[in-house]
Design a protein. Sequence first.
Length: 375
Amino acid sequence: MKIAIVSLGRSHLINLAHLLDLREDVEVTFYTMMPKSRCRKFGYNGKVVSLLFPIGVSQMVVDRLPKVDPYKKSALRFRLRKTFDKLVAIRLRKCDVLIGLNGCAVETSKKAKKMGAIVICDQGSSHILKQNAVHYSYSDIPISEEGTQFMLDHYKAVDYFMTPTEYVKYSDIENGLDSVKLLYNPYGVNLDVFRPTAKPVDKPFDVIMVGSWWKHKACDMLAEACLEKLKVRLLHVGSVVDCQLPTSGLFTHIGFVDESDLPTYYAQAKVFAMPSLDEGYGLVLLQAAACGLPLVGSSRTGTPDTGVLLGNAKECITIQEPLSINAIAEAIQLGLDIANAMPEGLRTPYGECIQNISWEAYGNRWYEILKQLTK
C-alpha cells in the first residue's frame, strides 16, 4: 500500500507517517516544506520530498517579520501554501492513498485522483465556514474570501475527510458534507515524553492553559473566570495573539517553550483548562492528561472525545453550553475539587486507559481504516 502524506510543516501527520512507515506492507512518501533532517528528528525515516527551497525558507522569513499584524502574516502564509500545493502536485508520484492536511493539498488532491488514488482531507480543524462564523462572533476583522474558497475547493477535491473529534464531524454535517464521507480518529500523544507527574505541593498553580493566548480560545473568558470569579492562580504557556494579558498578581505568563519542556509546566499545575470557542483537537489536552491532570474544556476542543478514550473518566470535564464565564468557573472548580482530592505522589487517574491516547493507538486506528478503504 503506497501512501502519500502532505503537510506543510510539523503536524500530527509526521507522527502518522512514522507509524505507517514502520509497517512492512506500507510505503510512505512525506511531502513537506521541512528539511529531511527535521523529519528525522521527529522519528520519521521514510521517503521525504522536501520543498525547503523556496517554501520553507520563505515561511521562516514571514514568521520572523517584526511588528506585522498576525492576520497579515496569515495572508502571506496562505500565498505560500498555494505555491506549496502546486509544487507538490508537480512532484507527486503514483500512490494508492493521498492524505493531505486541510487547506494545503487542493491541486495535489486533483492530481492524485487522476492517478486513481483514494484522496483524504485530514481535518485539523472544524469546517471553514464554522471557523469563519466563530471568528465573526468576536471580531470584525475581515477573513480572506480567497482563503475560504481555497479550503472549500479542497473539500470538493477529496473522497473522504478524517475528523479528529465529534465536534469537527458535526461542523461538517452542519455545513453540507456527506456523513458517509466522514472518517473519525482522535489524535495521540508521546507517552515517553508526557508521563505522570507528582501532585504539586509547593505553591502550585491552580490552572494551566497551554497554547496561543487569543479570543478564539476564549482566553479572555478563562482569565475572568480564574482571576475574578474564582480568585485562583492561572499559568499560561505560549504565544500571545489578540488577547491582552492580565495584570493580576494571580496570573503568570511564560512565552513559547519547546514541546519537550512542557511536562515541567504541567507538573506545576492542578488542572488544565481550554475553553475554546472553536478548535480541531487540542493536542495539549492529551499532553496534560498523560501528565495526570484533570481536564476542563469546551465541547469544541476534543475534551468529550478524550473523556471517552480515557474510559469516560470523571476527570475529563466538559464545560456546559452555552459557554460563559460562570460555566467555565463552575467546571474549573469541579476540576480543582477532583485535583485536590487526589492522593499524594504520581498522578495516574486514567489508569491503563492512557494507552488509548498514545500515538501508537492513533496509528493502529488509521491503519485499520486504510485497510478497509483499499480492500
